[in-house]
Structures are given as C-alpha cells and as structure tokens.
Design a protein around this ligand. Structure first.
Ligand SMILES: [Fe+2]
Length: 296
C-alpha cells in the first residue's frame, strides 16, 4: 500500500465528484494519508505577523483553539492581536470542516470538532519525554481525553513562509503494529477507570479501548529497535500543502518543520464505510472481546 493518496482540489470548499469521494474514502479508511498538493491555507498580509514562535506562551507546545467554546489558549498575545490570531485559527477550523464535509458526506451527521492547533514552534528537538516525543512513530491516543472508540481524523496545513517542508515518517499498517505490541500490554486493572475519573486525570471514563490505544502509543514510542528498524517511509509535506489522516490508525512521526495548522475531528465508528477496519474493530478481533463500553 502506498502511504500517500493524492487528491486534486485547490480550495477547501472544492466540489468533489462521486468517483473522487469514493477513492478518498477508501484510501482514508484503509490507513493512507490523503495528500492535497495544491491546497494551501493562505494567510493574509496582516496574519503573517503571527509567523513567529514569539506568539506562543512557551509553556504549551501548541497554541490551541476550542471551536465550540471560541477559546484560544497558549499565546502571549492580548487584545486586538489575540483576537486576530484567533480569527486566523478559526478560519482554518472552518475551512478544514468544509473540506471534510465535502469529501465525506457520510461522516457529517455525527462529525464532532475537536481542538484546532497552531504550531509556530520548530517540531525538531521539542520533546521532553519519550511519551511526548512525536518524532517517534506512534498512533494517536490522548491520556486525558478518552475517545470511547471514536476515530481521530486530523487535517494539517503547512504554512511555513520560507518554503520549508514538514517531515514525517509513516510506519506499518495498524493491524501489523497491534499484533506486534498487544502481547506485551496488560489489561486494565479493575476500578482503574473510576479512579482516573474521580481524580480528574481523565475528563470521562477511560474505556478499555482507550486503555489499549494509550498502551499501544506508549509501547511503540518506548521501543527503540522498532523505531529504527520497522518498515517505514520518509515523507515531506511541502509548504503550501494540506494532508489528512486517521491518526489513531496511521503510524506517524513528525520529524521536523515549523508553522503548521491542524484541526482534529472525531468520527463515530458507525459512520465509517468499513467499520471493520477501525482500530476498535481490529483490537476487539485480536483480543476476542468488546472494548468500547465504560465498564468497571
Ligand atoms: Fe501524533
């Protein structure tokens, strides 16, 4: 399987025909990265002032925006400047939504918007611990925000003004990774879920699915031999391009690059064309039991 599937379309509100939508859907759910080589998120002349790491507050690695609440975090900017940065990030969030809805109308009924992030800091050499080191191959799983089985779909645009690419590595298919690491992962302890929620560590009950996804994320990042020797591709997403993937499924590592916008969506498994390919279904099949409920 090729790691990238190229999709034509130079606008976030491009109209895709039936054949394009079917090809994109098949590729996305199979674990390919959809690559839009002509789709740039254009900044206005005024917004180019935000192309500086000085916009970030230095404590968090990203500037993040909650499109539902309209709240921007992680920036030192205040007043009018802050409002204009927020407007830029919100415009990207809206563009990403229009793109996803245009390509995947079947996801629209239950499509939930997660955070938008703006990453003005260089990705290389940023990690503080191996678990936070996104330059190691991993699948996405959030320790504090349980998904309960919903998919993580992310749209990325490289807005680097100096023409620098965003360098990624892409690894093996999800099932190959899961088969490699599952034997070493312990099942959740009874009562652990309740305790995590009661102590405020998680914002909801961590399902067994979240337990295994987080353990898989950590086990992949911890295994140096795997990181170096597993079959993998290096890809560079040039400045002025956009790409999207189910990052809970695609093994990926961000090696270098600066100035990126990213929008997270949650897609319910029931809306997939092939639910059997979802990480939830693969893990349930390999473990021989249901994982999505918040039991215990
Ligand atoms: Fe990631």
């Amino acid at each position: 399987m090729e790691p990238l599937e190229s999709i034509d379309g130079g606008r976030f509100d491009a109209v895709f025909d039936e054949a394009q939508r079917a090809r994109a859907l098949r590729a996305l759910e199979a674990g390919q990265v959809l690559y839009f080589s002509h789709l740039a998120f254009a900044l206005t002349e005024d917004e180019r002032r935000f192309l500086s790491p000085g916009c970030a507050d230095g404590r968090s690695k990203n500037i993040s925006y909650d499109p539902q609440a309209g709240i921007l975090k992680g920036t030192v900017l205040t007043g009018d400047e802050r409002a204009r940065l927020q407007a830029m990030v919100a415009r990207f969030a809206q563009g990403a939504r229009v793109l996803v809805e245009g390509l995947f109308p079947r996801y629209t009924p239950h499509l939930a918007m997660g955070r938008t992030s703006y990453r003005p800091i260089e990705a290389k050499g940023r990690a503080s611990s191996y678990r936070k080191d996104d330059s190691r191959l991993h699948v996405d799983a959030f320790p504090s925000r349980p998904s309960g089985g919903r998919r993580i779909l992310r749209v990325f645009s490289n807005v680097n003004p100096e023409g620098r690419g965003r360098e990624w590595r892409l690894g093996e298919p999800f099932e190959v990774c899961a088969r490699r690491f599952l034997p070493g992962i312990r099942p959740p302890l009874p009562g652990q879920r309740w305790l995590l929620k009661a102590c405020g560590i998680t914002s909801g009950y961590r399902s067994d699915y979240d337990h295994y996804m987080l353990a898989l994320h950590n086990a992949m990042k911890a295994d140096e031999h795997f990181q170096r020797h597993c079959p993998q591709y290096e890809v560079t997403f040039p400045a002025g391009t956009t790409w999207m993937a189910f990052t809970d499924q695609v093994s990926h590592a961000a090696m270098a690059g600066q100035y990126l916008l990213e929008q997270t969506f949650h897609v319910s498994v029931q809306d997939l064309a092939r639910p059997e390919g979802a990480p939830l279904s693969v893990l349930e099949r390999l473990l021989g039991r249901p994982l999505a409920g918040a039991r215990g």
